[in-house]
Design a protein around this ligand. Structure first.
Ligand code: ATP
Ligand code: MG
Length: 254
């Protein structure tokens, strides 16, 4: 449902997106539909503040993959706001920027998986960051919502389901059970390093981009190209055998 008369309702799905995968896309679509959002922006972060290692793929590739992932999906867009900054970017600063463009906290829906939200107390400008948007915490395979209240007791009173949140004062934390595939970027990078297929785990255009640019592994090739290579090798061997037979015939050794 799209609510009218309240101005735009903008969702943000931020993260390293290294690479973006079907779990991210499914989450964005599910929240878009459940909360009637005008748009959901997939927003790759520049240098992820909570991770010891920088992303493997460049900002350029991570943005390109986000754009390919939303291709043809209504009301999903890729956004390069965080990547355009030189230094690390923080969610709070991104939310400030959206507010300076005229969106109020009740119009901004920051989407995070339950795994990421469990670390909220370590985020830059916590707890103020929670006042800058409605936080939408979604379930993720292996990370259900049930234990969040226990884990973050000081925030338990702000946690609501979507219907209760609509009538409450001030920005709340909406807990939303969604069904997303059990996929992670870490798992995808590992599969690529092992030369395993990532079919069905990332959108098809993202898969093509990864192989075309050999991302995440210099060996990154579609697994089926191995058998194509074997076929080429077999044909070359066959051609050499024929040439040898012809040469032998010319020498009268038939
Ligand atoms: P990595 O393994 O590198 O941490 P990731 O798969 O967790 O990658 P991120 O870029 O870290 O992806 O995640 C961005 C946001 O999307 C986070 O809030 C995360 O919880 C959420 N998310 C990622 N995958 C899923 C999924 N399968 N279902 C629901 N939410 C997800
Ligand atoms: Mg993650």
């Amino acid at each position: 449902m799209t609510r009218s008369g309240e101005g735009p309702r903008v969702g943000i799905l931020g993260g390293t997106l290294d690479p973006v995968h079907c779990g991210h896309v499914r989450a964005a679509v599910a929240v878009r539909d459940a909360l009637g959002l005008s748009s959901v922006l997939l927003l790759p972060s520049h240098v992820p503040p909570h991770r010891p290692h920088a992303p493997e793929a460049s900002p350029f590739h991570r943005f390109a993959m986000a754009a390919l992932a939303v291709n043809g999906i209504a009301r999903l867009q890729a956004n390069d706001d965080e990547l355009r900054n030189a230094g690390p970017t923080y969610t709070a600063d991104t939310l400030d920027r959206l507010r300076s463009r005229g969106l109020s906290p009740s119009q901004i829906f920051f989407i995070t998986g339950a795994d990421a939200f469990a670390e909220i107390a370590t985020w830059h400008r916590y707890p103020e960051v929670l006042d800058l948007a409605t936080f939408v915490v979604i379930s993720r395979p292996g990370h259900d919502l049930g234990r969040l209240r226990e884990r973050l007791p000081s925030l338990a009173s702000r946690m609501k389901n979507a219907d209760d949140a609509a009538g409450s004062e001030g920005p709340s934390i909406v807990l939303l059970d969604v069904s997303t595939p059990d996929v992670s970027s870490t798992g995808i990078r590992e599969r690529l390093r092992r030369g395993e297929s990532i079919g069905g785990l990332v959108p098809p255009l993202v898969e093509t981009h990864i192989y075309q640019h050999r991302l995440y592994s210099s060996l990154s090739r579609r697994p089926h190209t191995e058998s194509r290579q074997r076929a080429i090798f077999r044909l070359k061997a066959e051609a050499t055998r024929r040439k040898t037979m012809t040469a032998d015939r010319l020498h009268g050794e038939d």
